[in-house]
Design a protein around this ligand. Sequence first.
Ligand code: GMT
Length: 376
Amino acid sequence: MKIGIVCYPTYGGSGIVATELGMDLAERGHEIHFISTSLPARLDITISNIYFHKVNVETYPLFEEYQPYSLALSTIIVNIAQSHGLDLLHVHYAIPHAYAAYFAKQMLREKGIELPIITTLHGTDITLVGNHPAYKPAVEFSINHSDKVTAVSESLKKETYEFFSIKNEIEVIPNFIDNEQYEIEEDCGCRNQLAEKKEKVIIHVSNLRKVKRLNDVVSIFYEIQKEIPSKLIIVGEGPEWENANALIQNLGIAHKVKNLGKINELYNVLCSSDLFLLPSEKESFGLAALEAMAARVPVISSNAGGIPEVNIDGQTGFVLPVGDVEGMARRGIEMLSDEKVLSEFKENAKKQAFKFDKKNVLPLYEELYYSILQKA
Ligand code: GMT
């Protein structure tokens, strides 16, 4: 098949899922055309069958900071669909990708070309941004006019039906992981750069936005480090870092916290960690938690959105109400203070990651594509 994939190029989960999916489909022999504003963060452009098309948003002073991204996107979709003969288009994140895809589809129809559209909902496009009155009718319209809609968790599917008036069926295809990529020795050599030998490594990976509750991460760690010699590793960049850093300074734990920013060697850092913290306010799935589990790292998380579908309370870690910093710290201390308990949690985390292995999940997308092409 010739498949167009539209995604955000940044380190966010939706872009990562789209990129990993596209690369794998290319390895299975499909021709994949990525359409994005810049090269997606994890895209290996050297894989054969992969093409990258940059969305050029022409700037014009009249538009000030509101340059018409949707227009530029629908135009390039039309061009790529025509010039490369795309069989279908898969857009990741509804805003404004599903909207732009709808208009591209209409333009192509006038030229006698039918382009089926698949929209994958990732989370904030529904729960945070999409639900805002400024966007809601347009998001609802574009979901209802997609040929197929998927959501990354049961929780997100339920919320989409609750928030919007949706006429079509939403299929849940969970996020996935390539477990083979995580077959690194537990101590791959980077552990001693992160912490002292006797210390535990506690990690948080995100885009450091408000929804991730970074101050909770710091407060949970503050309580844990009183009992367990440990270091907190923060991976990612984002607007909440300044606030969290102020808290770190006030609590006097700056020497125990390392902010690595955006890194490429995430596998190595995860494989050197003992506990992942994900206390998010909202989270449709929690891909970062799954990546941690694939590296044998148990997770202490909130019960937001789809997290409980990934992190199983009492098995792969613990799941507590959003904001229960005290409870999360208590569970962390419990887990980290007993090596036998910790290694059981680590094994369970790895077993859980195998359930979401790409070998099980990717065929679901392929089947979906073929079923749409049969209908078309
Ligand atoms: O977590 C973010 O803020 C990034 C966001 C995105 O759209 O890239 O992540 C969302 O999609 C991921 C991949 O499906 C999910 O694993 C995340 O849980 C989801 N984030 C939220 O729902 C807040």
